[in-house]
Design a protein around this ligand. Structure first.
Ligand code: ZN
Length: 131
């Protein structure tokens, strides 16, 4: 089990962590298996989507803002309920197959850390399993 540290710079952000995950897979030496990427936070998540055009990530954040308005009568006293809801919509883990020592991501796919209540120091747990 390895940990990646992510230092987010703004309240909301989507940060490409693909290269950091690839480093962990390379150092594991696993040729065929599965990589699990897990975010142990309640107001952040992880997803797989396009990492070639940064506009895609901006569009996802904009859409989540519309789906989860700041103005609802939330009850959670900490005041960050929209961040909790967005984190649940995005999810806290992704799995990617490892084939010939490489992640089986599509050409345009990347592993994206999603911050909804930053800026903060965040942890991402990477586990690789051999088949
Ligand atoms: Zn909270």
């Amino acid at each position: 089990m390895k940990e990646i540290e992510v230092r987010t710079q703004s309240k909301e952000a989507m940060e490409d962590i693909t290269s950091k995950v690839i480093e962990e897979i390379s150092s594991s030496g696993i040729q065929t298996g599965m990589c699990s990427v897990y975010v142990p936070h309640t107001t952040a998540g992880v997803t797989i989507n396009e990492n070639a055009d940064p506009s895609v990530m901006e569009d996802i954040l904009m859409t989540l803002q519309k789906i989860v308005p700041d103005s609802l009568p939330y009850r959670h006293s900490e005041g960050n309920s929209p961040a909790h809801v967005k984190a649940s919509l995005i999810g806290s883990s992704v799995n990617v197959l490892i084939d010939k020592g490489r992640l089986s991501l599509g050409t345009w796919q990347g592993i994206i850390f999603c911050e909804f209540d930053g800026p903060r120091n965040r942890r991402v747990i990477v586990n690789a399993f051999s088949f």
